[in-house]
Ligand binder design. Sequence first.
Ligand SMILES: NC(=O)c1ccc[n+]([C@@H]2O[C@H](COP(=O)([O-])OP(=O)(O)OC[C@H]3O[C@@H](n4cnc5c(N)ncnc54)[C@H](OP(=O)(O)O)[C@@H]3O)[C@@H](O)[C@H]2O)c1
Length: 248
Amino acid sequence: MLQDKTILVTGASSGIGRAIAQYFSCQGARLVITGRNQQRLNETLVSLSGHTHTALTANLDSVEAIQLLMDSISDKVGVLDGIVHCAGIKKTLPLQALQEKDFDDCFSANVKSAQFIVKFLRKKGRFNPLGTSVVFLSSVAASCGEPANSTYAASKAALEGLAKSLAMELARINIRVNCLAPGMIKTEMLHDFSKHITEEQLSKLLQKHPLGFGEPEDVAHAAGFLSSDLSKWITGTTLFVDGGYSAH
Ligand SMILES: NC(=O)c1ccc[n+]([C@@H]2O[C@H](COP(=O)([O-])OP(=O)(O)OC[C@H]3O[C@@H](n4cnc5c(N)ncnc54)[C@H](OP(=O)(O)O)[C@@H]3O)[C@@H](O)[C@H]2O)c1
């Protein structure tokens, strides 16, 4: 499905990003993977099939680091056919506990990074003028409210707004921009989140997913579709991958 496409996957050192990198490599893509933790990023790298792939560590909290990463990809790898931006953080905080830094960290990792990755992709010679796909990892939290989740929810709603406007701005140069909105997926993020809630709250959340919690591979398959030419007429939209959570 992704034969010989060159794709950047951020957040590839863990969870959904790692599963996407692994699935994409099986589908014939050549990958550039990035994350902050070098050891876990290398574990992902050695688990990939096929082509020679590239791993570059970067902290996407700073615009300078994003620019360096995108410059380095342009020099070392060349034109990108796609980006799946999985790097992100979740803050589970009731309003009383929320500090300004939590808000800034969340918006920096989840929204600012996405904006500037696309800004530095948009330069001539960095994207495929015949068709490039950008996929952001949003969440059902962007459209379905849950307590103690307001900052994370706001950041993901901002990401969806960003994707729509970028889709309009970039369609004329054949860059598509879409979001995936997963429900609860069994990753480290869910593990961390479950430490902040009671067993009863976790069980209620599970019940809200008619098909149960998802596997990272469920998101990887949807990311494969949005990154492939099968979705060449789809831009500015959000695909829910949530076991039925948002159908309530
Ligand atoms: N898991 C879920 O239930 C769920 C549901 C809906 C949406 N999502 C979204 O899906 C995406 C992936 O989630 P996940 O569950 O796979 O999370 P995860 O296992 O915690 O992985 C998060 C990834 O993001 C990277 N990252 C975080 N902040 C970064 C930064 N400032 N710079 C560079 N990399 C950074 C981490 O890198 P290091 O580990 O190397 O630091 C890691 O690779 C996130 O955007 C999340 O909001 C997840």
